[in-house]
Design a protein around this ligand. Structure first.
Ligand code: NAD
Length: 462
């Protein structure tokens, strides 16, 4: 079944897409946008069934970023896909060279559950914009949204162009046996390694959008009220189930008390008790993982500033903020991916930088500071997929910025022109004149004169 779908796409690609026009791709992107506009209520309803994600959050984090991505692609696709002429040195005298962007071919998109619509359809926009076919494997943990995506693709595309296969990891594993031209995977670093190993078998190129432990530093110069507002929003959006969510805060000791007070105040403003705007944990497994972490933190005697309560019937865990955390605490050891916010304190920024560098490179690193010196110090001495200064999370929505990690947090970049390039092969084309050319002058045998020319070309031309 998978092999047939793959072969069908391979054939479709050769017949319809390999030499397809940019206007055709733009038409398809518009069709996706129109479908989304017509079915926005349905997208919200299905996602609510999956994990009680409220309508406004779906509009803001699942629909708007994809619509923005489509508009951005439509506006720039002609220019991104135009062959780029490059200049030539004297050694290439008489020839002309350019880079053309050709579609890679048959691609696969494997998506996680935490932004189940955005992270399936977002990469598809880049795949289509670059002229590819796509097989999509949505997450099994959000089945209502996965069903909807399958119906959406059936309505919009022939199977030869886009096909959805639903199911758990066994489906991905079968699909991974096929020689895709590119795989775009979003998920955990653990599974990312499995994907990369399988891709290596066919030397398939990969984009790996992974996760990790994202630090946030609040220094002694930060505006604490402003920081607290933005931290509460960024952390508890989607119930903390966000790859660029804050995994731990390091606050300067002189500001720790004020930050704790402000976080609680802002939490009561943004997500008052019982708030309907607050998303739930996706399923019982993740609920157990997170409540075990809360229990462990209680056992360790950590101080809960707020939260800690949960309801297994609804998979709701109240926003939980824990202080006096250390790098030995259980809550510090893994990607939390849920509504638990640990706070550590510091007096010396060098120690914070050391801890950040001891953990694998994060997908996002946030700095709240009014000191340019501190901002630059942190940026210059650490590495991360992205850095937000005095804000969290919103860089995801910036269509001109590359989105992706570094090593453990990912390989390759998504969004806008970066996503287009990820799904394209940058093919070098050099057109030589017929007859006498510069290289011919130095073909062997290497006589005394040619030796001189080679020496001249090596050191004096270029
Ligand atoms: P996951 O890695 O468990 O699953 C992702 C996808 O891979 C799913 O479709 C799943 O069916 C499939 N899969 C699972 N095990 C597999 C296996 N052994 N072989 C092949 N395929 C397999 O991730 P998740 O729990 O769905 O999502 C959470 C993770 O994703 C977090 O680590 C988070 O940080 C990361 N994430 C990253 C981004 C990003 O853009 N960088 C965005 C969202 C989530």
């Amino acid at each position: 079944m998978y092999k047939e779908a793959f072969d069908l796409q391979k054939k479709y690609f050769a017949q319809h897409l390999q030499n397809g026009s940019i206007n055709d791709r733009i038409k398809k992107l518009k069709k996706i946008k129109d479908w989304m506009k017509k079915n926005q209520e349905l997208i919200c309803d299905e996602m609510y069934k999956d994990f009680s994600k409220g309508k406004e959050e779906v509009m803001l984090t699942e629909i708007k970023p994809v619509v923005d991505e489509i508009k951005h692609n439509i506006a720039h696709l002609h220019s991104w896909s135009k062959p780029k002429q490059v200049s030539s040195s004297l050694a290439f005298f008489g020839s002309r060279s350019k880079v053309i962007y050709e579609p890679k071919g048959v691609t696969m998109i494997i998506a996680p559950w935490n932004y189940p619509f955005n992270l399936c359809v977002g990469p598809l926009i880049s795949a289509i914009a670059a002229g590819n076919t796509a097989i999509i494997k949505p997450s099994e943990n959000t089945p209502h949204t996965a069903n909807l995506i399958e119906r959406m693709m059936e309505e919009l595309f022939p199977e030869g162009e886009v096909k959805v296969f639903q199911g758990d990891y066994t489906v991905s594993q079968e699909l991974l046996k096929l020689p895709f031209n590119h795989i775009f995977f979003t998920g955990s670093p653990q599974v990312g390694k499995i994907i990369m190993k399988a891709a290596a078998e066919h030397l398939t190129s990969v984009t790996l959008e992974l996760g990790g432990r994202n630090p946030l530093v609040v220094d002694e110069t930060a505006n604490i009220k402003d920081a607290a507002q933005k931290i509460i929003w960024g952390k508890f959006l989607n119930c903390g189930q966000t790859c660029i969510s804050i995994n731990y805060i390091y606050v300067h000791e002189s500001k720790a008390k004020k930050l704790e007070e402000e976080l609680v105040k802002q939490l009561n403003v943004l997500y008052p008790k019982g708030s309907e705007d607050y998303t739930h944990v996706v399923n019982a497994n993740h609920f157990k993982r997170l409540t075990d972490l809360i229990d462990e933190s209680k056992k360790e005697g950590l101080d809960f500033i707020t939260g800690g309560e949960s309801n297994p019937e609804t998979n709701r865990i109240e926003p939980t903020i824990i202080k006096n955390v250390t790098t030995d605490s259980a809550v510090f050891q893994e990607e939390i991916f849920g509504p638990i916010l640990p706070i550590l304190t510091y007096t010396n920024l060098d120690n914070v930088i050391e801890v950040i560098n001891d953990v694998e490179k994060p997908l996002a690193l946030y700095i709240f500071s009014r000191s340019r010196k501190n901002q630059e110090k942190i940026i210059n001495h650490t590495s991360a997929g992205a850095t937000g200064i005095n804000d969290t999370t919103i860089h995801f929505a910036h269509t001109e910025l590359p989105f992706g990690g570094s090593n453990h947090s990912g390989i390759g970049k998504a969004h806008g022109e970066y996503g287009f390039q990820e799904f394209s092969n940058q093919r070098a084309v050099l057109k030589q004149r017929v007859g006498l050319t510069s290289p011919k002058m130095i073909y062997p045998p290497y006589t005394g004169f040619k030796k001189k020319v080679i020496k001249f070309l090596t050191w004096n031309v270029g």
